[in-house]
Design a protein around this ligand. Sequence first.
Ligand code: ADP
Ligand code: TRP
Length: 329
Amino acid sequence: MPRILSGIQPSGQLHLGNFCGAVAQWVELQKTQAAHDSFIFVASYHALTTVRSADELRGAIRQIAIDLLALGIDPARTCLYAQHDVPEVTELQWLLACVCPMSLADKGVSFKDKVAKGFDANLGLYTYPVLMAADILAPQADIVPVGKDQIQHVEIARDLAAKFNHQYGEVFKLPAYRLAEGGDLLPGIDGQKMSKSYGNTIDPFQDEKPLRKRIMSIKSDSTAVDAPKDPETDPTFCIFRAVAGRADPRTAELERKYREPPAGGFGYGHAKQALFELLLDRFGAARARRAQLLADPGEVDRILAAGAAKARALARDTVDRARKACGLG
Ligand code: ADP
Ligand code: TRP
């Protein structure tokens, strides 16, 4: 059975883009896995490339873990851990860095993107794809479910695994990425890619009143209520479709109303109200679970500790084999 692994950075509040692009796949895929054979982690070392406040980082690590559990990550099926509790990945990062040509690292789009957004051009940010390769290769993952923006990183991981194996003999499995249905990046309230660093996110756990206000502020054009509208270019529709799913009858019904407004008209305000109601429905149970988890802080600590122990044992074994293969011991 292929092993699944993915991660998310604790660099801000989890948002609908993370959910639709990544977390929903993780929850779905864990059902097909044997107990504890799916690996999801909070990418705390990665967040250190951009987050500068220790308190903020500590808080965000816990919060993301709680949100993942609330959204359906099941510790009986998935090994959930914090990246910094598996320090073997930083050791493996070095072994991989030594087979990584500068030209491959130079191609990394995320370094250029983050620097363009004003983040520090630090060495951690530059070597980030090598750490991500270590995350994936240490527990010998086969499938890495991610959003489109992470494809290049998974391909770098695959390249580095192949280079190491070619040089020293078969140590690593070659991983492949997996995209969510549709595969497109979810737009934010401004129509750009929804991202923690763009200030355009929708938080599925936000309180109802500010959540409704947020949804009402999604960018829309000035087409009149009784005129046909193109759903494909409208962020409200794209978000609705990604959350409900393409096969959900509510998606087809909304699309029909865009294309052929009913008597009395159908405006963007109506579509936004439909999205608001969809979110309350879709995330109602997760919101309740999150409140319970917040009230029992020991629970998340126990889950993360158990997850780290399991991931660490696997990572240690791989790193030891990689060390031997390249002449260390
Ligand atoms: P962010 O860009 O908000 O910092 P992360 O880099 O932590 O998000 O991404 C965590 C996961 O969520 C990754 O698999 C990423 O591809 C996915 N993801 C992030 N933003 C989006 C989006 N707008 N649409 C689809 N998937 C996304
Ligand atoms: N780079 C990913 C992101 O920003 C997070 C991540 C770190 C990751 N290591 C990983 C994802 C390994 C998948 C596998 O979204």
